[in-house]
Every structure is written in C-alpha cells, then in structure tokens.
Design a protein around this ligand. Structure first.
Ligand code: ADP
Ligand code: ADP
Length: 227
C-alpha cells in the first residue's frame, strides 16, 4: 500500500542542509497497524506528513496504492488524499465555529457526497462513537476525549482506507487514551483500516502490530508485535 524508497528530507538554512530524514526505505501493507516511535525531533511527524502527502520529500520515491506520489501534481495529490486518507491530530484541529455535526460533515462536502448519504454516514458515526447527544455542541463544550472522537469521526467520514494519527492521545488522560486506542484497534481489526500512528507511549504502541523506531531521521528498528 505504501512503499517509501530512500526518502530524504532536509531544511536548508544559509546553504546548510539540516537533514530530518535520511534514506528511509520501508513498506507498509494494507491492514497493518504501525506505530512510529523515537525521541523528540527524530523526524516522526515529518515521516507521517510525507506518508500523508502533507509534506514532500527532498529526495526519494513514494508509491501510495501503486501511484507514484512524487510525480503527481498538487491537484492529483489532493484527490488521492481525500479519497484514501484520514488524518487525526494531537490537538484535534476541529473547527471551533462549527458544531460536532458540521465538523464531521466538512470532508463530505469537499467530496460532494449527496445530502442523504451525508446524513446517514454522520448518523452512523455519531451513534457508533456514542456522541449523538453532542451533535449540536461546539468543540469547546466537549472534553478532550470527546473532541478526539469527533476528530476520528471526521477522519472516517470519507471512508478512508488508512488513518494517519500524530500523537492522537498526547493531550488525553489515560482512560480516554485507552478508549481511543481500543477504537483504533477495532477499526483496524474489524474494518480493515490501515493505521499509522506516531506515539511516545509504549503502551499505545502495543495496540498495533508493528513498531518503527526512528532516531536521527533513520529507521533504527522495525519490530513486529506478536499478539
Ligand atoms: P511536535 O513535535 O509536538 O509535533 P512540532 O511539529 O510543532 O511539535 O515541532 C517539532 C519540532 O520542529 C520542534 O522542535 C520545533 O521547534 C521544530 N519546528 C517546527 N516548525 C519549524 C520551523 N518552521 N522551523 C524550525 N523548526 C521548526
Ligand atoms: P518528531 O516528530 O520526531 O518530534 P519532527 O518530524 O517534528 O520530529 O521534526 C524533526 C526535525 O525537523 C526537528 O529537528 C525540527 O526542528 C525540524 N523541522 C521540522 N519542521 C521544520 C521546518 N518547517 N523548518 C525547519 N526545520 C524543521
């Protein structure tokens, strides 16, 4: 599903290249649940953003679902992103002026999904995540855990094949974090959604089936978790 070949990323500053990623080569198959771990500044978010097409590598090739991402123009990349990828952020990134319902609906409007289909998908997600009663509230009226459920519902609305999550429980208490990780595991095992998360938490990583350890922009270890 994801094939990264010799991916490099640097930021140039006064002619000096500061490398964030160096020659990262890895393959992620459909149905995997991968955790990217490593020290702060190791390049984890950068790698996730490259996988999610939010950032471009400075060198190397990237194939997503058989498409050579590095050769696509921006319009094609956005289309590929909208059709296949759901992003979940540490700080939720919900739109404060929109209700829960409207936040979940936003990606469906971008994709021009018809109104009855929109309503039924949103109703399913609200029901599934137990937030029906919150649908007309605004993000700042919700707990962090509830906001993250909305963030995940929004990411799922367009029925992506993959969820990318950057420290999805980084701002949450441990009970809420466990709820979110249990949900991810279910989405992976029952719905077959591929999941890639950045996490500092060994406990969170244990919900998945593989850990990529990154340090200094290099994949140091690639470990399977046997359950
Ligand atoms: P987090 O690691 O919590 O996701 P950020 O992604 O905001 O935090 O930033 C990660 C690191 O990247 C930080 O150390 C920050 O200083 C650095 N950083 C982010 N943006 C820039 C930038 N435009 N120029 C230089 N350093 C940056
Ligand atoms: P991690 O997620 O592992 O904490 P990041 O991928 O956020 O690491 O950042 C890795 C390195 O890239 C950091 O040293 C950071 O300073 C640098 N960096 C990130 N974004 C920028 C940017 N826009 N400009 C310059 N440096 C950046």
């Amino acid at each position: 599903m994801i094939q990264l070949n010799n991916i490099e990323k640097y930021y140039a500053n006064k002619g000096i290249k500061n490398y964030v990623l160096r020659l990262v080569t890895t393959n992620i198959k459909q149905g995997e649940f991968v955790s990217i771990m490593g020290p702060s500044g190791a390049g984890k978010s950068t790698l996730l953003n490259i996988i999610g097409m939010l950032e471009e590598p400075t060198y190397g090739s990237y194939e997503f679902l058989g498409e050579d991402v590095t050769s696509l123009n921006e319009r094609k990349r956005i289309e590929l992103y909208r059709n296949h990828i759901g992003f979940v952020f540490q700080a939720y990134h919900l739109i404060d002026e929109m209700t829960v319902y409207e936040n979940i609906e936003a990606p469906l409007l971008y994709k021009k999904v018809g109104s009855s289909e929109r309503a039924s998908r949103i109703a399913d997600l609200l029901d599934r995540f137990n937030i029906v009663a919150k649908k007309d509230l605004f993000p700042n009226q919700l707990s962090g855990g509830q906001q993250q459920l909305v963030g995940i519902a929004r990411a799922l609305a367009a029925q992506p094949s993959i969820i990318l999550a950057d420290e999805p429980t980084g701002n949450l208490q441990s009970a809420q974090a466990e709820e979110i990780m249990t949900l991810f595991k279910k989405l992976n095992q029952e719905d077959g959604i591929t999941i890639i998360q950045v996490t500092h938490s060994e406990k969170n990583a244990q919900y998945g089936n593989r850990i990529l350890h990154i340090a200094d922009g290099i994949v140091k270890e690639d470990v399977a978790i046997l359950s």
